[in-house]
Design a protein around this ligand. Structure first.
Ligand SMILES: Cc1ncc(COP(=O)(O)O)c(C=O)c1O
Length: 512
């Protein structure tokens, strides 16, 4: 072996011996010494728990410094560096530079924090390393049960079908794929969209998340098939305009198939009038797909579930457990009211996956039949274990707490003469801006507020994001954070005004 000149020499040597199989005739990646592996494992757990326990003392986010970026650009490791070296590199070059969503003062975009317990569940799922397409194994029953529990939380009928996927985008995409298959009027799976059939069109408000555009492109319908219906002052879909557009499209020879209802838009948390949309869908024979990425989780809360009344009537409902159930990435969920329609859109056969009455493939591969993926991990485990550990009650209380914190922030903004609320707050999303003087123009205000968002992030104080509401740039707080306290929101108001005042008194916005 060539001489090693790294501090990890010893560990690397151990690994070399292990991989070259000095003791055994054949290679394996199991540890040569299980008790040493256990020690490393315990140290890893201690380190990550120290990290999580002290999150509040760490920056909310920090950029990756140039020297760390350099260290992460390495030649392909041909020889073993050793587990210790790999772990130390993780500790020093990876762990400190996360995406700024776990901290108590992080409310950017819509991202949950993760929980220590669900992290452990992830570890156990990886330990089991189960292939969760279905078949005779506990994971199948755990996922079916967890889907049934979530259908119950969402007040969807018993027997609704469902699947866990990577996130909201994927859950929504699959929901639209089911809608396309169910409502196209021809066999899309057999014929594809290459034929001479009527062009299919889908509706959703101008506030619909970008997943819709990507999904329509991906499903072969094309961007033009997405009819963007205008919204009211409150950013809710104009239901009359929607119905009129459906009728115009039909008269012009298109085939309307589905509407996407928002139960919590990404920008402001606006909730469409889902009961009216359902009625129109019945009249017009359309599929009702609800994007409840985070809003649907309000169903956990007895105080606030009325806000999303009607989502239980959806033909398909997508939501994210890695948002407002606070679970670690990734896990989203699609529920489909008609289990047959769900399977019809995806189920496929192959001789090498033949369903049997006995053995590992007894009962087939239900999760392969409800989506695109065959190989899939055991995402359900962290959902199942978290629901068992904390119950729906705790989740409902946490969600209510987040809504009440957002209401508190709204109140602080309304009271502050230098802050403007830019959209009605319905649930956990608050959009506002710094406005030092009444006469300041929109462009200048937008520049200042963009800079405030960056300064909040770069100072490590807070992670908030921004968005454009019509022409106004808004600071956006989406509170899906189980670690935040009321005092964090008062601190945010103070910091926004402080950065805004600094900007107005010092660097001119033009130089930003
Ligand atoms: C309303 C809404 N729909 C869909 C998505 C996409 O979800 P994901 O990021 O899990 O793919 C988001 C993400 O924030 C969202 O807010």
């Amino acid at each position: 072996m060539t001489a090693l000149h790294s501090p990890f020499e010893e560990a690397a040597e151990v690994t070399m011996v292990h991989l070259t199989g000095a003791a055994a005739a054949e290679l394996t990646l199991d540890p040569p010494n299980w008790s040493e592996q256990r020690q490393l494992a315990h140290r890893m757990l201690d380190d990550i728990f120290d990290h999580l326990e002290t999150l509040r003392d760490q920056p909310a986010w920090q950029p990756v410094p140039a020297h760390v970026r350099d260290s992460l650009r390495e030649p392909l490791p041909r020889l073993p560096q050793g587990e210790e070296r790999a772990y130390q590199d993780f500790l020093h070059n990876v762990l400190p530079y996360a995406s700024g969503n776990r901290h108590p003062r992080a409310w950017g975009w819509v991202r949950g924090n993760g929980t220590p317990f669900a992290m452990l569940a992830e570890m156990l799922a990886a330990g089991m390393n189960t292939h969760a397409a279905g078949g005779q194994q506990a994971a199948t029953y755990v996922e079916e049960q967890t889907i049934a529990w979530l259908a119950q939380v969402m007040e969807m009928p018993v027997g609704s079908s469902g699947i866990f996927v990577s996130g909201g985008t994927m859950a929504n995409l699959l929901g639209l794929a089911v809608a396309r298959h169910a409502k196209a009027g021809f066999d899309v799976r057999e014929e594809g969209l290459q034929g001479t059939h009527q062009a299919l069109v889908v509706y959703g408000s101008t506030e619909t998340h970008m997943w819709a555009q990507k999904s329509l492109e991906f499903l072969g319908l094309g961007r033009r098939a997405f009819r963007r219906v205008p919204v009211s002052e409150n950013f809710q879909i104009d239901t009359e305009a929607f119905q009129q557009q459906v009728r115009c499209d039909r008269a012009a020879g298109f085939r309307p198939i589905a509407v996407i209802a928002n139960a919590g838009t990404v920008n402001t948390g606006a909730i469409d009038d889902i009961l009216t949309l359902k009625k129109i869908c019945e009249e017009e024979d359309l599929w009702l797909h609800v994007d409840g990425a985070f809003g649907a989780l309000l169903k956990f809360s007895p105080e606030y579930r009325h806000l999303v009344a009607g989502i239980e009537l959806a033909d398909s409902l997508a939501f994210d457990l890695h948002k407002w159930m606070y679970l670690p990435f990734e896990v989203g969920c699609l529920l489909v009211r008609d289990a047959k329609a769900h399977a019809d859109a995806f189920a496929a056969q192959a001789s090498y996956l033949e369903k049997a009455n006995r053995g590992m493939l007894a009962n087939g591969l239900p999760f392969s039949d409800r989506g695109i993926e065959l190989s899939r991990g055991f995402k359900a485990l962290k959902v199942w274990m978290s629901l068992k550990a904390y119950g729906t009650e705790t989740h409902g209380q946490l969600i209510a707490q987040n809504v009440e914190q957002a209401a508190h922030l709204e109140m602080l903004i309304r009271k502050h003469h230098k802050l403007d609320l830019l959209a009605p707050r319905v649930m956990n999303v608050v959009c506002f801006r710094y406005r030092p003087q009444d006469h300041m123009g929109v462009e200048e205000m937008n520049k200042i507020n963009r800079e405030i968002v960056l300064r909040l992030q770069e100072s490590g104080e807070f992670v908030v994001s921004g968005t454009l509401l019509r022409d106004d740039y808004a600071l956006r707080v989406a509170n899906t954070n189980h670690r935040s306290r009321m005092e964090d929101f008062a601190a945010l108001v103070e910091a926004v005004v402080r950065h805004g005042d600094d900007l107005c008194s010092g660097a001119s916005p033009a130089s930003m």
